[in-house]
Design a protein around this ligand. Structure first.
Ligand code: SF4
Length: 418
């Protein structure tokens, strides 16, 4: 049985595979990790990273912070204060840089609140009519952290940044007052960091809510710790809790995060997928398009085809959100659309089910349908104002090489909105 062993910043020096790195490279990882939390584990280190190909190995880029994730001004400032400043000065610099990195994109703190008797509920977000996001406090970490993660503020020990709840009762009350909500998405962090007992304490009461037809679990455990469902001591217990969902006649949707086909290669991933499918889970996959990690069409075609072979359904190609190191990971919208088109063209029909490229932004999820003569055709896959879902519109850039929806301005509605 594999035993989980995690490494955070204060154990960086203990990672045996890093012994070949220069002092300067180690220092760079430490500097960037003071802004974006760092965490890896023995499975990632031993099975996913090709140590003969660092720093360019895609999983190394996915898991280990690197210098270019900070703009030069921030990097140099941190380096200077780390070397000569006091603890308090360093704390202040870190805080100020984090605040400049748009820690809560898409208005999620201000616009996605769920209210009961005018009181805002902790750890719950209600953006779309039919689905609620729930952030259990016990799942506000992951088996390892992704460098691109838009939830990076969840992993900082600063309660101002965190969205989380320990209580199920307010969620149940909110659901009873909003019967139009048919789905609950457990998110984080990674809900699959929880043990079966804690998960059960949330799932069991939800099963009694008739209006809830689907429970979704957003997770990267299949990539970062697949033993969760195979040989962990709690694996059977976890499968038993999840099985209750399908036994109760509800849909169990696993939203699995895979960013590169390498993550699908270890045989234990197939074993874990088979276990989940055997209890009736449907596994859909998603990832952002990331420079230095997966920004070529062949990688996506390979990944989607392999996912179908393993029994998963490709669901979304996202674009990295406007937070953290977006400047480093994002492709231009035009390149993203070209790459998506080429990847889909080379897929079999069953592997070409992923929507994309999609931006999850303030109003909703918007997909790029086409780019021609500097004109972008876009469509809301989902809008917080339900009547605008599927609205198609034309937008033009307000900056050269647009990388995000804010770099465009809507110029006309393309087809009438019924
Ligand atoms: S596993 Fe998901 S939540 Fe955790 S760091 Fe990666 S992207 Fe973020």
């Amino acid at each position: 049985m594999q035993k989980f062993k995690s490494y955070t910043l204060n154990k960086l020096e203990k990672i045996p595979q890093l012994s070949g790195l220069s002092e300067e490279q180690m220092e760079e990882i430490k500097i960037v990790s003071s802004i974006y939390p760092f965490k890896t584990n023995n499975y990632v280190l031993e099975n996913l990273i090709d140590w003969n190909n660092i720093p360019n190995d895609p999983i190394f880029r996915l898991n280990f912070p690197h210098k270019e994730m900070l703009i030069p001004e921030h990097f140099e400032q941190l380096k200077r204060v780390r070397a000569t400043g006091t603890k308090e000065e360093l704390k202040e610099v870190i805080y100020n840089i984090r605040m400049k990195l748009n820690p809560h994109p898409a208005g999620q703190k201000e616009l996605n609140g769920a209210f009961l008797e005018e009181k805002k509920l902790e750890g719950i977000q209600h953006k779309y009519k039919d689905i609620l996001l729930f952030f259990p406090s016990q799942s506000q970490t992951c088996h390892a952290y992704c460098t691109f993660c838009f939830r990076w503020p969840q992993f900082i020990n600063d309660l101002d940044f965190k969205i989380q709840s320990k209580e199920i009762d307010p969620l149940l009350k909110y659901l009873s007052e909003n019967p139009q909500i048919t789905e609950v998405l457990f998110t984080g962090g990674d809900p699959m960091i929880m043990n079966s007992r804690v998960l059960d304490s949330y799932i069991e009461p939800l099963l009694k809510v008739d209006s809830i037809k689907t429970i979704r679990i957003g997770t990267k455990a299949l990539s970062y710790w697949p033993y969760k469902f195979t040989t962990d001591e709690d694996a059977e217990g976890m499968l038993n809790v999840l099985r209750k969902i399908t036994k109760a006649g509800k849909h169990l949707g696993f939203m699995a995060h895979f960013n590169h086909p390498k993550e699908l290669e270890p045989p234990v991933v197939k074993e874990a997928i088979d276990k989940l499918r055997s209890i009736g889970a449907v596994i859909r996959t998603q990832s952002p398009l990331l420079r230095f990690i997966n920004n070529d069409a062949k990688t996506w075609t390979t990944m989607w085809e392999k996912q179908v072979q393993l029994g998963c359904i490709p669901y979304y190609m996202f674009l990295p959100r406007d937070t953290g190191a977006q400047h480093y990971f994002a492709e231009t919208l035009e390149n993203a659309h070209k790459l998506y088109t080429e990847a889909i063209r080379n897929c079999s029909g069953l592997a070409s089910t992923a929507k994309g490229p999609v931006m999850s932004m303030t109003h909703g999820k918007v997909e790029i349908l086409g780019v021609k003569n500097n004109s972008y055709t876009l469509r809301y896959v989902k809008h917080r104002d339900h009547s605008k879902t599927f609205k198609t519109f034309i937008a033009e850039p307000i900056t050269p090489n647009p990388m995000w929806i804010d770099d465009l301005v809507e110029v006309k509605e393309e087809v009438p909105n019924y």
